[in-house]
Design a protein around this ligand. Structure first.
Ligand SMILES: C[S@@+](CC[C@H](N)C(=O)[O-])C[C@H]1O[C@@H](n2cnc3c(N)ncnc32)[C@H](O)[C@@H]1O
Length: 259
């Protein structure tokens, strides 16, 4: 499905901007972005401190998620997990701890600096069941039907082809497998001035879909949405906060099951 947005947005420029922004998040997380990063954000969103204590602090420094959803994912020992847009690895590492030595986590990301950081941290922390692959979330490099749980945090909003992302998640999952994620949606559809602004897309606002449209895309990909909840997430820059207030930009966490 091609939305009007994808026709007007320069997607090559978008991908370059998203890569540049998240390279900075990996390399210089202390910098100021449109959005918060790091452990304080993770704890504010509901990540249990004791869980965060079990994974590499450097990964958490570059955490740029928008909500907590791992309670919804309820990952069991031995499960295989795919993290779409794994960044520096916070959710992948938490999933790797939950899946244990009999399970496995594969994180997919398109930004080399994020992949390099997550791969280095997995090795130094001995999290040998977590691995990271370069790829796009619209067609992640995994075997069809090989995954128990797909997770993702703050990423699908960045994709100009969200239906392709949800179809890819459904294809990766075994029947009955779960999709658990946090993402940015809006109350009202965003106007062109926002959706054509690649800088606002890269900041996790410009690409946000209207909430009901987002859920419809998940359903259309072959999922039954079971739980949706709102998160207490705020953008920090004035411009981002303005768009948030005007269009009802907010974060949700959800659980869906592959039919
Ligand atoms: C907001 S960050 C979130 C990272 C991580 N999930 C976290 O919570 O810290 C978005 C990540 O998604 C990646 N990304 C964005 N669009 C992507 C795409 N189409 N394919 C693969 N990775 C993508 C970026 O490189 C970045 O690392």
């Amino acid at each position: 499905m091609t939305t009007p947005t994808t026709r007007r947005l320069d997607t090559t420029d978008l991908v370059a901007r998203v890569k540049a922004m998240y390279e900075e998040v990996a390399l210089t997380p202390e910098r100021e972005f449109h959005f918060e990063t790091g452990r304080r954000l993770a704890e504010h969103l509901g990540y249990p401190a004791s869980d965060l204590d079990a994974i590499p602090p450097e990964a958490i420094d570059s955490f740029a998620g928008v909500g907590y959803f791992l309670d919804l994912a309820a990952i069991s020992p031995g499960e295989v997990v795919l993290d779409l847009g794994s960044g520096s690895g916070t959710d992948s590492f938490l999933a790797a701890v939950a899946a244990g030595p009999a399970g496995a986590v594969v994180g997919v990301d398109m930004t080399p600096a994020q992949l390099a950081k997550a791969t280095r941290l997995a090795a130094t922390a001995g999290l040998v069941n977590a691995s990271f692959l370069e790829g796009y979330i619209e067609h992640p490099p995994v075997v069809t039907g090989s995954v128990d749980v797909v997770i993702s945090n703050g990423v699908v909003n960045l994709s100009p082809d969200k239906p392709a992302v949800f179809r890819a998640a459904a294809a990766a999952l075994r029947p009955g497998g779960r999709l658990a994620l946090a993402d940015i949606v809006t109350a009202t559809p965003l106007p062109e001035g926002v959706t054509c602004d690649a800088a606002l897309w890269a900041a996790c606002i410009g690409g946000a879909a209207q909430r009901d449209d987002y859920l419809t895309m998940i359903d259309a990909a072959g999922f039954a949405v079971e739980t949706v909840r709102d998160n207490d997430y705020r953008f920090v820059s004035e411009r981002a906060a303005g768009a948030t207030a005007t269009y009802g930009v907010r974060s949700i966490s959800l659980l869906a099951r592959r039919r």
